[in-house]
Design a protein around this ligand. Structure first.
Ligand code: XBP
Ligand code: MG
Length: 262
């Protein structure tokens, strides 16, 4: 039976609540800067999150929520326009991170430290732009933390973004580990599907405001957060779990349980 060897983290919504005060704000800033009358309020953004990836999300917005907007060009010109807009959005987003506007979620720093202390390997499987990941790590945990993660698998490195399995499959390949030796840490149903379809059976969800109510029936355990001293985690669904904080020892025990029942 494969013992737990690595933790594979999603970024947006899992390591940090990056969407509402990060990506959404950066999108709106770039729309304004470029003279577009598009504005994504919180309710609209919640709906737009159905589609992962910033470029794909803008296209979805135009197709579903802003069909009146006219673009003078064919589909490939539109995609080029959105790609340029997206590159500018990344600049705004990284600025927000540099200003320290986006902290890590409760318990993330603690769990990463525990994992490192216990010799577990760390990886990332994310949809977001690699620059966004390194900037988040640098401005929360310090620049050296980028090297804590042996693997950073990102949406742009694969054919299909989440919910497709590609990015988790790539993370497993780069780690050279079987799925049974890894836990995926996610916040959304798209991420759970991606991990599941990559063959990962051990999936821990820490849900957030945007993902509450999604179908997490494929997750092993669903919590509201990882928990820290004075900020306990609450179990919401999945296997039995008791405690105030999710520890590496819990993940090791859960991995055995998941593999034994597979
Ligand atoms: C995250 C995303 C990302 C961000 C924006 O999904 O969907 O698209 O919203 O990042 P997940 P980019 O957490 O499932 O990986 O604008 O760089 O694409
Ligand atoms: Mg996420």
């Amino acid at each position: 039976m494969a013992e737990l060897k690595a933790l594979i983290f999603d970024v947006d919504g899992t390591l940090a609540d990056t969407e509402r005060d990060g990506h959404r704000v950066a999108f709106n800033e770039v729309f304004k800067q470029e003279g577009l009358d598009w504005h994504w309020d919180d309710a609209l953004y919640h709906q737009l999150l159905a589609v992962t990836g910033g470029k794909e999300r803008m296209l979805y917005y135009l197709q579903k929520f802003n069909q009146e907007w006219a673009f003078d060009g064919d589909e490939s010109a539109l995609k080029q326009f959105l790609a340029e807009l997206h590159a500018k959005k990344t600049v705004h987003y990284v600025k927000l991170l540099e200003q320290g506007k986006i902290p890590l979620r409760c318990g993330v720093r603690r769990l990463l430290q525990e994992a490192r202390d216990q010799g577990l390997r760390l990886a990332i499987a994310t949809t977001t732009t690699p620059r966004n990941v390194t900037a988040l790590l640098e401005h929360t945990l310090g620049i050296e933390s980028i090297d804590w993660f042996e693997v950073i698998a990102a949406g742009e490195m694969v054919k299909k973004k989440k919910p497709a399995a590609d990015v988790f499959t790539l993370a497993l390949e780069l780690l050279q580990l079987p799925a049974s030796a890894c836990v995926a840490l996610e916040d959304s149903v798209n991420g759970v599907i991606s991990a599941r379809d990559a063959g990962i059976k051990h999936i821990l969800v820490t849900q957030n405001d945007y993902t509450a109510g999604q179908d997490f029936s494929d997750a092993t355990l669903v919590l509201d957060q990882l928990g820290d001293p004075g900020s306990p985690a609450t179990r919401l669904a999945g296997v039995d779990w008791q405690g105030d904080m999710l520890h590496v020892q819990d993940l090791i025990a859960l991995n055995r349980q998941v593999n034994a029942s597979a």
